[in-house]
Design a binder for this molecule. Structure first.
Ligand code: ADP
Ligand code: MG
Length: 347
């Protein structure tokens, strides 16, 4: 009979690297965390530069409030955050970050350099991090308003991850897709996304008061001219409380794949149940079953949303989710029917 093997504690550096690999699954997850940090910092302009699908370089620059000099030593430690102090705060959290894990994780699987300046300062500071700690004292440097974060050599110490990412279609497409989604929701912020060495940006949005303008500039005229505005709300505490507004494609729109851009309380999330439910409505309502384009922004009381169900915060769970999904289905269905009937009538 085999002796039971001894149990020992893993090295902290191993634990941290494993955890970091879950938070930062691929280059696009790093970009999402960095852009969300820039949004949390009240930026009005965010630009992203990417080299080699994000494996060589990811650079996110913003014009937000910056990071205090005194906070730089703990900035990239695990579980350091300015957005949460007690567990109960999670119930009412409005910021996109709260775990204080994103920057730390990046330093465990890549080389991170932060340049930042706060208001009223004559110069900024630049400092590099590795495995959660500063590599050197922050150096004074010239800086424009805000923060710039650079990640180099992502997954340099995770050979298998790096290899699969190098072989798979590059993450740049995913990054462009991500910024397109942010750009049509946060229409008071201008976004740009560019590949290193390219003359033109692949996403280039300017702040505009009109959502439809934003959609036109990011997704193009063919999408924008085939959209219908939708709105719905409910305020019945016994079933559901929400407000929703958005745009959905009409029967002239043609696409092979569904585009579903969903924000819940300003958080970019995925909800497979809702996506499937709405696809079903399209198939049932429109004879020429094209896959839809859907932009939806749903606001709910913060205490009805659990934002903490996924390490990358990609999914949320909602109180009364079935009720809400059903309501969205019926709103979309009636809007589609009406538009289809008025069109047939015109013809
Ligand atoms: P979280 O966003 O969950 O707080 P992060 O690791 O993403 O954790 O960031 C840690 C902290 O660093 C944030 O709480 C914020 O105070 C600060 N920070 C990160 N990025 C920026 C930025 N672009 N501008 C200003 N502050 C930032
Ligand atoms: Mg964050």
């Amino acid at each position: 009979v085999k002796e039971p093997p001894r149990i020992h504690r893993l090295d902290e550096s191993v634990v941290n690297r494993i955890a970091a690999g879950e938070v930062i699954q691929r280059p696009v997850s790093a970009v999402k965390e960095l852009v969300e940090n820039s949004l949390d910092a009240s930026s009005t302009s965010i630009s992203v530069l990417v080299k080699d699908g994000g494996l060589k370089l990811i650079q996110v620059s913003d014009d937000g409030h910056g990071i205090r000099y005194e906070d730089l030593p703990i900035l990239c430690e695990r579980h350091t955050t300015s957005k949460l102090s007690k567990y109960e705060d999670l119930q009412s959290i409005k910021s996109m970050g709260f775990r204080g894990e994103a920057l730390a994780s990046m330093t465990y699987v890549g080389h991170v350099t932060v340049t930042t300046i706060t208001r009223g300062q004559l110069h900024g500071y630049r400092v590099s991090y590795r495995d959660g700690v500063m590599e050197n004292e922050p150096k004074a440097c010239a800086a424009v308003k805000g923060t710039q974060i650079v990640i180099e050599n992502l997954f340099y110490n995770m050979i298998a991850r790096r290899k699969t990412l190098q072989n798979s279609a590059d993450d740049y497409t995913k990054i462009v897709d991500l910024l397109s989604r942010f750009a049509i929701h946060h229409i008071d912020v201008s976004f740009s996304c560019r590949k290193h060495g390219a003359a033109r940006a692949d996403v280039h949005s300017v702040a505009t008061p009109s959502r439809l303008n934003a959609i036109r500039s990011v997704y193009g005229l063919l999408v924008a001219q085939n959209l219908i505005k939708i709105e719905a709300s409910d305020n019945d505490p016994s079933s559901s409380v929400f407000e929703m507004d958005g745009f959905i494609s009409n029967s002239n729109y043609v696409a092979k794949k569904t585009t579903m851009v969903l924000f819940i309380n300003d958080r970019l999330v995925e909800c497979t149940a809702l996506k499937r439910a709405l696809e079903v409505v399209y198939v049932a309502t429109l004879p020429k079953a094209s896959k839809p384009f859907i932009y939806m922004s749903i606001t709910l009381p913060p205490e009805h949303v659990d934002v903490n169900v996924h390490p990358t915060k990609r999914e949320v769970s909602l109180l009364n989710q079935e009720v809400i999904v059903e309501k969205m289905q019926s709103v979309v269905e009636s809007v589609l029917r009406n538009s289809n009937e008025s069109r047939t009538f015109q013809e």
